[in-house]
Design a protein around this ligand. Sequence first.
Ligand SMILES: Cc1cc2nc3c(=O)[nH]c(=O)nc-3n(C[C@H](O)[C@H](O)[C@H](O)COP(=O)(O)OP(=O)(O)OC[C@H]3O[C@@H](n4cnc5c(N)ncnc54)[C@H](O)[C@@H]3O)c2cc1C
Length: 324
Amino acid sequence: YQVQVDGEIFVAPIVINAAGVYADEIHNMICEEKIRIVPRRGEYRLMDKNCGDLVNSTIFQQPSKMGKGILVTPTVHGNLLVGPTAEDIPDKQDVDTTAEGLTKVLNLGSNSVDALDGRQTITSFAGLRAHLVHEEPAEKSDFLIGEAEGHPGFIDVAGIESPGLTSAPAIGEYVARIVKNIYPAERKTDFIDSRKGIPSMALATEEEREALIRENPAFANVICRCELVTEGEILEAIHRPVGATTLDGVKRRTRAGMGRCQAGFCSPKTLEILSRELHLDLAQITKEGTGSEILTGKNKDTAPGEGGTWKRTQAPVGKEALHE
Ligand SMILES: Cc1cc2nc3c(=O)[nH]c(=O)nc-3n(C[C@H](O)[C@H](O)[C@H](O)COP(=O)(O)OP(=O)(O)OC[C@H]3O[C@@H](n4cnc5c(N)ncnc54)[C@H](O)[C@@H]3O)c2cc1C
């Protein structure tokens, strides 16, 4: 098979099609029997930590043919998560939240927990499930996993709807066995089978905190006040293999910006750290890659290094627009 990535062509004996909502397009390039994936959008509200103990386990409702329904659940970090909706939409990129969807989340969630207060929502977001539709014959058809008929080495992992995340480790092992049957790969003996996490000041004991600060005083410099994330943790996130290069990259690795103020306080500081550590201009640092630049230049027409304050992009970037 030839796989083209950014203009470069790779030749591979095995292709694993795990392209989420786009898995139908990849499948249909190769296979005669076509499949269709409809994006099924789900919207969520994330509530402040002061609601985190309203429930102590996940409260499910009666599932419907659209899915598992709206749930109310505590998160591992102590927030409360309410959602998701389930709505088939035409656009595979449309992860916008809607007033209608978020109202529905609150109203239906209130059937399970009547103390839900919409004003405690600190952020909202949406994701797309890859809903596999089989018109002919009409049959239930999620989790399409296996080598495509008549196309040796082309392996579909398509239509991985909920609970695809929970199933991911098992799917990975299953697909590895399929690959091994086709391609006699030997298991590496020197692979690294564990990963040392980034230290967390929020979770550390007093003694651990002191030790970290002694080792590197940057662990005493709090950057994200809501989640108690320090410069030391952000530096680790940036300088590890496959290090963070964007605000979202730092956020996903450390939780800086995930708290009540949703990065209002820490994003300028995180921007400065990224710029300093990656030797990039502040205007080159993005939220989540090209097109999500945060600063456009300086307010006054001064040459770089001659003062002036930085200008933000006029429209808030992406989904954050909703929350500003
Ligand atoms: C609202 C919602 C609620 C959910 N709830 C749960 C739950 O409670 N429990 C649970 O277990 N699961 C849940 N899931 C499902 C879970 O998120 C999915 O099953 C899982 O993410 C599917 O994994 P995937 O790898 O198949 O697809 P994805 O996670 O979508 O990954 C596909 C990847 O392929 C990339 N890609 C696409 N096209 C190309 C291309 N042409 N070239 C290169 N890369 C490409 C995409 O960028 C993406 O990174 C939920 C999903 C949603 C949306």
